[in-house]
Ligand binder design. Structure first.
Ligand SMILES: [Zn+2]
Length: 261
């Protein structure tokens, strides 16, 4: 199913009118473009609107079917009033606020497994008790400033599969029990991979698929719908990044089928 671009009303539940206006008109300052770390173009702006529409649609599909997967999105470094680190619009935040506005959900949880801390998401929801954020990331990596998530799992450099899963899974299970969300948004970065050029963790492709599957199982066995997004991935071989992202979708399919069977 093809998403529509998110509307400005959707974006303005998260972002400031000033920032949306600059993205629409291409009037970002030089320092704003430097922070964003990608050159501005109208196509970039359109892709952001579309990614937000994709995460809204994935959330709606998840509420209907148990799972919904956006083949994009996960722009977790975007703040309300500026972009950072390749992220201009925080599609997951936009989707959560839209589902809340529609009355489809009250409480949402974000599980962010990108190797980089989910700083924009943490900041956007810092005073919002209806949204619970978990970020598992390499501590010694971008972004330098990491505003607190509800749960921050700070990993040392070169952590491998077992330690990663032993850190992540109990935290996800406990948070699901305590918070009781109506939906989980999963920001499934491919960049904890051992061959990633911007990451410093040592996860294997098998370990990353296990990560996806086990998080999905924790949510789905409690009846919580899951919407997935892609987030980052910069493996030396681009095929590896693609495979890791595809595996996230396959993991969702496998968990959906195992629970149905
Ligand atoms: Zn990342």
């Amino acid at each position: 199913m093809l998403p529509k671009e998110a509307s400005d009303v959707d974006l303005l539940r998260v972002h400031t009118p000033e920032w949306i206006g600059k993205l629409r008109s291409g009037t970002l300052t030089a320092s704003e473009i430097m922070k964003l770390e990608v050159p501005y173009s109208p196509e970039l702006a359109r892709a952001c609107w579309l990614a937000a529409g994709g995460s809204i649609l994935a959330g709606q599909m998840a509420l209907r079917d148990g799972f919904g997967c956006n083949l994009g999105g996960g722009f977790h470094h975007a703040y309300a009033n500026h972009g950072e680190g390749f992220c201009a619009i925080n599609d997951v935040a936009v989707a959560i606020r839209r589902l809340q506005a529609d009355g489809g959900i009250r409480r949402a949880m974000v599980v962010d497994t990108d190797v980089h801390h989910g700083n924009g998401t943490a900041h956007i929801f810092r005073d919002d008790e209806s949204v619970f954020t978990i970020s598992i990331h390499q501590l010694n990596n971008y972004p330098a400033h990491k505003p607190p998530s509800n749960v921050d799992l700070n990993l040392d450099d070169r952590v491998e599969d077992d330690e990663y899963l032993e850190t992540l899974l109990p935290a996800v299970a406990e948070s699901l029990e305590k918070f009781g969300p109506d939906i989980v948004f999963y920001v499934g970065g491919a960049d904890p991979f051992c061959e990633d050029q911007l990451g410093g963790l040592m996860l294997t492709k098998k370990g990353l698929k296990e990560r996806d599957k086990r998080v999905f199982e924790e949510a789905r066995k409690r009846g919580v719908p899951v919407a997935t997004t892609l987030a980052g991935g910069y493996a030396r071989q681009v095929e590896d990044t693609v495979r890791i992202h595809v595996n996230t979708i396959l993991a969702a399919k496998e968990v959906a089928e195992s629970l149905a069977g």
